[in-house]
Design a protein around this ligand. Sequence first.
Ligand code: GSH
Length: 220
Amino acid sequence: MAEKAKLYYFDGRGLMESIRWLLTVAGFEEVFLKTREQYEQLLKDGALMFQQVPLVEIDGMKLIQTKAILNYIAAKYNLYGKDLKERVMIDMYVEGIRDLMELIAKHPFLPPAEKDSNTKLIQTKAVDRYFPVYEKALDQSGGGYLVGSQLSKADVQVFEVVLMVEEKFPSILSNFPQLQAFQTRMRSVPAIQKFLQPGSQRKPQPDDNYVKTVREVLRF
Ligand SMILES: N[C@@H](CCC(=O)N[C@@H](CS)C(=O)NCC(=O)O)C(=O)O
């Protein structure tokens, strides 16, 4: 049996969470960075090409750069469309949702005075800009997936972010029936169902401890 991927990151969502989502079927193990020394050791070992995590050891390689890692996993596990035209659509949908995700990911690190306006921005961008695109895509594809006739990394990443936005705004999908049905379908995919169970490797919303650890390890 192939070795499980090994993930090096903080014990929290951040940039690694989408990678965890994509690897949920294959399984993975994790090393959590809790101290500056662990991070410096990785630097000393030459494991971090640009001195940054996420780092994923997979198939005998040490991969860095989140998008490159996501693309590799998607291609490896057949989550990247059937041809180049599907692939570029998947990439477009993914890049859109990653822009929204960025607003969510940076939120816990913002100064208190900027939090309210960022919360408002997440809501407005979700409702006015991003969700309508995915609603229309699902309506047009008709097959339950955003692109083509099979599950892709676009479905997984959009689902991940929809859940994150819902954590902040529980009724945010009320005017998006396609996204509601999509969410129900995604929840019934066995690997996803398992990942959503308490005690899985899915990370909770970031708390003060997570922010503190990241700041201490990276010194910012
Ligand atoms: N483009 C990189 C950005 C990675 C990144 O910013 N990682 C942060 C942790 S979330 C880091 O390691 N920062 C340390 C630094 O930049 O010195 C990616 O997407 O993987």
